[in-house]
Design a protein around this ligand. Structure first.
Ligand SMILES: [Zn+2]
Length: 139
């Protein structure tokens, strides 16, 4: 019975391949949303560990904040852009869940973000919400 189920999953995979949202290669059964190679190669920052990081410095004096960070470095045309575009424009909400999970792991491990009571999503403008169909911060 398990073999038949596995065969059915493999057949579905041929018809509707489960692709990495960063590089477009086929995902292995153990992978989800982003392939292992892309996860390994992602340009993660260590900003969650340093109060004086590039993002925080850009916001200093502009608004009151305790800490600020970005999880990934963004470069146009790179895999991070593919992920963001799949989330924002192709309805791949699973990308948001995967990235949110990665971000949560980092925040949980950071002394700068100990004692957070609440994460407040940045509201999306009505026009953007209508265009996109969902608020990516709330998925
Ligand atoms: Zn990949």
């Amino acid at each position: 019975m398990i073999a038949i189920k596995r065969w059915g999953v493999d057949l579905l995979g041929l018809l509707f391949p489960n692709l990495c949202n960063a590089c477009g290669t086929s995902l292995f059964h153990s992978e989800n949303v982003i392939c292992t190679k892309c996860l390994y190669d992602m340009p993660f920052t260590d900003y969650h560990l340093h109060a004086e990081n590039r993002v925080a410095k850009q916001l200093w004096g502009r608004l009151p904040l305790n800490a600020a960070m970005a999880m990934l470095n963004f470069r146009k045309g790179a895999k991070v852009q593919n992920l963001i575009h799949n989330l924002k424009y192709n309805g791949k909400t699973a990308v948001g869940i995967a990235l949110g999970s990665l971000l949560g792991e980092r925040l949980k491990a950071s002394p700068l973000y100990n004692g957070i009571d609440l994460v407040i999503p940045v509201p999306l403008h009505r026009k953007k919400l209508r265009l996109r169909g969902y608020n990516q911060i709330l998925i």
